[in-house]
Ligand binder design. Structure first.
Ligand SMILES: *Cc1c(COP(=O)(O)O)cnc(C)c1O
Length: 388
């Protein structure tokens, strides 16, 4: 067995393995692309893209992350309960009813509705604290925030309240990874013009931030005060043109142990619908306890490979909710000369490296017609995480 696998979880022979040293390395690598004084916000929304927010945030905080970014109030509370004491930004405006929790846990929401900011201010003032918020600006992605032309008026409308203080002004790019892209340039121009206008009007924008992983790597000129890096911290590149710019190590692997091995007769079918049938003898069908409810999307069925014992083997038959099968063609077939039998308990790599082979999140994403972000989020949903 070539994978030097950790003990699998007690209760299940399928798991996500997260490399602490990869998270540490990647965090330091991003610190290295920043100038002195520029802040690094580690984006750990969606349970750190499936990698486990509490564990990852601790490693990132110890290796240079200044700020954390989450999607929801609950995610922010989770980080506080995990002992994270750095500032935490919620990257969208939460429901107005959550202002009590936001103050309780000292979170910094994105906010662009006056009634939200004033409710936050009332809540904070009633406890003699000042709540911090960040203003999102829609410079072209058409998702959240104010159009640039409305920011000055908005800031004046809420600026009188002693319970709130604007800690930042930010935007988000739709096409940062596209080389020499006009739409990206337009977003940058609208954003920097707005920052200039705010300053000219005597309004402090707070921390100015706009870069995701791709923009951080490809456009150092737009780092401003802080960058917001998600994907790269997990060791994945948002596009191939980023690969030469920083050395990253994928942190997530997905592994399972073989629960059953059989050698069915020629003609036998495998899994729901019997979409795969054995065309000859001397084929082992091995089962692993991991399926589409674990993030191994059903659309990968019969199209993907797994790694075991130095071999790349075809996954066969439809992927079930909690299990799937793969074929090991042994004895005889010339094209499989290197293959050899497998046995129960052996570790199978669904994503990640095993000896000379690797199945990357990008490979799985291509086969699924999606992006590596979604591949990782999905694997994080149910599988237990093991930190190595
Ligand atoms: C998710 C997110 C990021 C991080 O993007 P990556 O491409 O993963 O680096 C940054 N900013 C905002 C507002 C986001 O929603």
């Amino acid at each position: 067995m070539s994978v030097d696998a950790p003990a699998s979880p007690e209760t299940r022979w399928a798991w996500v393995e997260v490399s602490r040293s990869a998270i540490r390395h990647n965090t330091r690598a991003f610190r290295g692309v920043l100038e002195r004084g520029q802040k690094l916000m580690a984006v750990v929304k969606a349970d750190a893209y499936g990698h486990g927010a509490a564990q990852c945030a601790r490693i990132m905080a110890a290796n240079g992350a200044d700020y954390f970014g989450v999607a929801t109030v609950d995610e922010g509370i989770g980080l506080r309960q995990a002992g994270i004491d750095r500032p935490i930004v919620i990257l969208a405006e939460p429901p107005i009813d959550s202002v009590g929790l936001i103050v309780d846990f000292d979170l910094e929401p994105s906010a662009y509705h006056e009634d939200f900011v004033l409710a936050l201010g009332e809540e904070a003032a009633s406890r003699d604290v000042v709540a911090r918020y960040h203003v999102p600006v829609d410079t072209g992605m058409t998702r959240i925030g104010l159009p640039p032309a409305e920011v000055v008026e908005f800031r004046r409308a809420v600026g009188w309240h002693r319970g709130v203080s604007c800690a930042g002004t930010f935007t988000h790019f739709a096409t940062a990874e596209v080389p020499r892209d006009w739409d990206f340039e337009l977003q940058v121009k609208r954003f920097s013009d707005l920052i200039y206008t705010l300053e000219a009007e005597g309004i402090d924008p707070g921390l100015v931030h706009c870069d995701n992983t791709a923009a951080t790597l490809l456009h150092p000129e737009t780092h401003f005060d802080m960058v917001r890096v998600g994907l790269g911290l997990y060791g994945l590149y948002p596009a191939s043109n980023c690969e030469s710019l920083v050395d990253l190590r994928p942190a997530m692997s997905v592994r399972a142990r073989i629960t059953r091995v059989v050698e069915p007769p020629t003609g036998a079918g495998v899994s729901y619908g019997l979409t795969y049938r054995l065309s000859r003898a001397n084929v082992q069908i091995a089962t692993i306890p991991l399926g589409y409810a674990d993030g191994y999307a059903r659309t990968l069925s019969n199209r993907v490979e797994v790694l075991v014992d130095g071999m790349r083997c075809r996954q066969v038959g439809n992927i079930c909710m909690d299990q799937c099968m793969f074929a090991v063609e042994v004895n005889g077939a010339r094209e499989f000369r290197k293959s050899h039998p497998v046995r129960e308990g052996q570790v199978v790599t669904i994503m990640g490296a095993d000896g000379d082979y690797e199945i990357s999140a990008d490979e799985l994403a291509r086969l699924r017609g999606t992006i590596s972000y979604e591949v990782c989020c999905d694997f994080g949903l149910r599988l237990e995480k093991v930190y190595v």
